[in-house]
Design a protein around this ligand. Structure first.
Ligand SMILES: NC(=O)c1ccc[n+]([C@@H]2O[C@H](COP(=O)([O-])OP(=O)(O)OC[C@H]3O[C@@H](n4cnc5c(N)ncnc54)[C@H](O)[C@@H]3O)[C@@H](O)[C@H]2O)c1
Length: 402
């Protein structure tokens, strides 16, 4: 298949591009590198050094004998998106290319607006270009389990059967997102469902859980094929952050009581889930939702798992409960269905002490690059955002001007 991977410079996009290429697909990698600029703005950076897209693609060619074509395109630019789609005529598009940090979206009004404009406009430009030039193309779009929030009933995969006043219907599952970023994903989902229902497009909306891990089979083949690894309070996902705290000997910081329960998955399962979705396209006019995670844990359970993995090596790790900067329930019911990808053949890598050890070893290899001051949560939901740890005004001004 000819597959375009949008957001291919990111944590998940790059390993996915490699994995699809390794499976023999003709992969086109697309990104506008904005994430590297957001890092400059926030004073953050990948713990694992990452190469330029040019160097990565050249290295992949040399290691695997396969080529990935690289395009620097901003999805907010409608003409550029249209030209790209006309030029490559993809059979499938994997769309990772969004602002994906909830804390970033809550820093200030301009960060919230920037997040929704980037994500909604980019996705709409893509939908229109596909509709007009390759209407049969399968759009595989990354959403998030955070779209659902934490309802007091079971979470279904995208749709719910409802009986109301003696009548019955199957409707989109109600959403209750917890940040301006998560809201952008909800709006995207509605736009995708509309495009399938009204224009007969075909889309898979992957409501992904929180991803952990540093590497995949393909990324591990050469240091220049490594993907980024975020651990800071703005971009880092929770287990990756705990592993960094454990490696540097800091207490694991659990927000509030720590009962916040979410779906999680290993980065190796992310790339396999995308492949499974691509190989099993929906029918024209079908909008399909898969809940893409493999296990659910509370954040306190995760901290305890890291503590346990360290204890197996005779190392002591403290767990601290810190004030929760987010507005969210700290004790709640959570049971989310995640059957569709298993039915397609996903064989999950469950979270183990070995995986935690691997992540901590990867951190230890790059320990001199840890910026300790960036690990703590940096944005407070309840006070309407703001950075606790404001970057230098000059950095912010330069980044905003770009
Ligand atoms: N990482 C997770 O745990 C997780 C969990 C659930 C969902 N997701 C979703 O998966 C996707 C990828 O996440 P990630 O962790 O790889 O994020 P990331 O920030 O590492 O990568 C996103 C990439 O998209 C690019 N991008 C953003 N806006 C763009 C635009 N307008 N035009 C072109 N490129 C643009 C960025 O430069 C970046 O390289 C996101 O949509 C995210 O919401 C991620």
């Amino acid at each position: 298949m000819r597959i375009a991977v949008l957001g291919a410079d990111g944590y998940l996009g790059w390993p996915t591009a490699l994995h699809l290429s390794a499976q023999g697909h003709d992969v086109v990698a697309v990104d506008n590198l904005i994430r590297r600029r957001w890092d400059e703005e926030c004073g953050t950076g990948s713990l694992v050094p990452i190469s330029s897209m040019e160097a990565r693609c050249a290295r992949w060619q040399q290691v695997s004998g396969r080529s990935i074509t690289w395009h620097n395109v901003d999805l907010r630019d409608r003409d550029a998106v249209e030209q790209l789609v006309v030029a490559i005529k993809p059979e499938a598009v994997v769309h990772f290319a969004e602002q994906r940090s909830a804390p970033y979206s809550m820093i200030s009004p301009s960060h919230g607006v920037e997040t929704q404009v980037n994500n909604l406009v980019g996705t709409l430009n893509l939908i229109y270009a596909l509709r007009d030039h390759v209407p049969d193309c399968h759009l595989i779009k990354l959403g998030t389990m955070g779209e659902y929030g934490t309802p007091n009933i079971d979470i279904e995969e995208g749709f719910i059967e409802i009986d109301h006043n003696g009548r019955h219907d199957r409707m989109l599952y109600p959403k209750s997102p917890g940040s301006v970023y998560h809201l952008s994903k909800v709006h995207d989902s509605h736009n995708l469902e509309f495009a399938c229902r009204v224009w007969d497009m075909r889309a898979t909306d992957l409501n992904q859980g929180v991803v952990y891990g540093t590497t995949t089979d393909e990324c591990a083949q050469h240091p220049e094929l490594a993907t980024r690894f975020d651990y800071d309070g703005i971009w880092g996902t929770v287990l990756n952050r705990y592993c960094v705290q454990a490696a540097v000997g800091e207490p694991l910081s659990v927000h509030g009581k720590g009962g916040q329960t979410r779906g999680f998955l290993d980065i190796r399962d992310t790339v396999r889930c995308i492949e499974l979705a691509a190989l099993n396209a929906p029918a024209p006019g079908e909008y399909r939702v898969f809940n893409q995670f493999t296990e659910q844990f509370s954040v306190l359970e995760l901290a305890e798992k890291v503590k346990h993995a360290r204890a197996a090596h005779g190392l002591e790790t403290e767990i601290h409960h810190v004030p929760n900067p987010r507005r969210e329930l700290e004790e709640h019911y959570y049971k989310a269905r995640h059957q569709h990808l298993l039915d397609l053949g996903l064989q999950p890598h469950n979270l183990s002490d070995t995986l935690i050890d691997h992540v901590i070893q990867a951190v230890e290899t790059n320990i001199s690059r840890v910026r300790r001051e960036t690990i703590a949560a940096a944005v407070d939901w309840r006070r309407g955002g703001g950075l606790y740890r404001a970057p230098a005004a000059s950095t912010l001004a330069t980044a905003t001007a770009r």
